[in-house]
Design a protein around this ligand. Structure first.
Ligand code: SAM
Ligand code: SF4
Length: 338
């Protein structure tokens, strides 16, 4: 057997190895979560999107350059037409051993249709975003989502053998008092859960300073009820985990606002138009679509990626500005995919 070529790893100027790529396969979504999008969003014209073949080619170059984990996100990844074709194509890198993990983050609205096929393609874990267990509140926060569909999806994913993590954005006055029942529900089903601080990305209809709940405060509240023990568990992402003694489950905290997790950042983000963001919280980006389309070979593209990684910044500086109420980053989370 010919030995697998050892991927050359991408190292940024601060010595961090870039081994994780998140790909937003579409900016569109079938929900309009109030903290993520405005109700009346203008989406990219379809002609600006990379084709699934182009996305596959780009991801493959990243895998050849040392990416070991790949997460599809969006917008809602499962609303992109023929998305399973891309998943199936990418799964060849799992089969070859070049990729350790292929996964996705979804709102769960369509997952019930794809769970079996995802498992068949070698997807082992998925993140399902869900901010409440109350159907009326769910409809309100997503502007029209149907919680029973998401529940159906979770059941389908469980049956398919996918490991599920629930992601909930902590929102003051919306779900802060409900987090304990969500933890007990998730842990009761053997699912991990992660809470996320709201990040000031893109214009939305609401005032973000009203929604922001520092997770240090949430943690202190949870500690009045539960015994939380810090554990070294890592999934390759920025979450810090605790074990909840009373439920025996794991709870992650993603705290971009109160804790700077940039020092261990191993990731870059690609949008559906081929723009590479080296940091979620900064505007600097590289246009890889141009290099992709400029030649049939991958050398130009590979050089453009190296050049971009060489500009990966040390970190972000999110601030929710109480005076101007402007977002720190003008693009929506649905563009870079969270
Ligand atoms: N549509 C999919 C979903 O909801 O899981 C994938 C894309 S969504 C942008 C990825 C994650 O980002 C979700 O967990 C969502 O709750 C989170 N998110 C969106 N806007 C956010 C914001 N302004 N601050 C923090 N998290 C946000
Ligand atoms: Fe859509 Fe996900 Fe944004 Fe909600 S958080 S609007 S589901 S992209």
């Amino acid at each position: 057997m010919t030995p697998m070529p050892i991927p050359t790893s991408m190292i940024d100027p601060f010595g961090r190895s870039v081994s994780y790529l998140r790909v937003s396969v579409t900016d569109r979504c079938d929900f309009r979560c109030t903290y993520c999008m405005a109700e009346d969003m203008t989406f990219l014209p379809k002609k600006d999107l990379l084709s699934l073949e182009e996305l596959d080619r780009l991801c493959t170059v990243f895998v050849e350059k040392g990416v070991r984990r790949l997460r599809l996100t969006g917008g809602e990844p499962l609303v992109r037409k023929n998305i399973m074709h891309l998943v199936r194509q990418l799964s060849r890198h799992l089969a070859s051993g070049a990729l350790e993990e292929l996964t996705l983050t979804t709102n769960g609205s369509q997952l019930y249709r794809f769970a079996d096929e995802l498992a068949d393609c070698g997807v082992r874990r998925i993140n399902v975003s869900m901010d409440t267990l109350d159907p009326d509140k769910f409809r309100a926060i997503t502007r029209w989502g149907d919680l029973s569909r998401v529940m159906e999806s979770i059941e389908a994913a469980e049956r398919a053998g996918l490991k599920i993590k629930i992601n909930a954005v902590a929102l003051k006055g919306f779900n802060d008092t409900e987090i304990p029942s969500m933890i007990e529900w998730a842990h009761g089903r053997g699912m991990d859960m992660t809470v996320i601080e709201t990040m000031p990305m893109g214009e939305i209809d609401a005032d973000r300073t009203d929604q922001y709940l520092p997770l240090s405060q949430l943690r202190a509240e949870l500690e009045r009820r539960y015994t939380l023990t810090d554990i070294p568990f890592k999934t390759g992402g920025p979450a810090r985990y605790v074990e909840v003694a009373e439920t025996g489950g794991r709870l992650g905290f993603i705290t971009p606002m109160t804790h700077n997790f940039c020092e261990s950042c191993n990731r870059v983000r690609l949008t559906c138009t081929g723009t590479l963001y080296m940091c979620l919280g900064q505007d600097d980006a590289a246009d890889l679509r141009h290099s992709l389309r400029a030649s049939e070979g991958n050398e130009l593209l590979s050089n453009a990626i190296d050049e971009a990684i060489g500009r990966k910044p040390k970190g972000h500086d999110f601030v929710i500005d109480r005076r101007t109420k402007r977002p720190a980053v003008s693009r929506h989370m649905s563009v870079t995919g969270g």
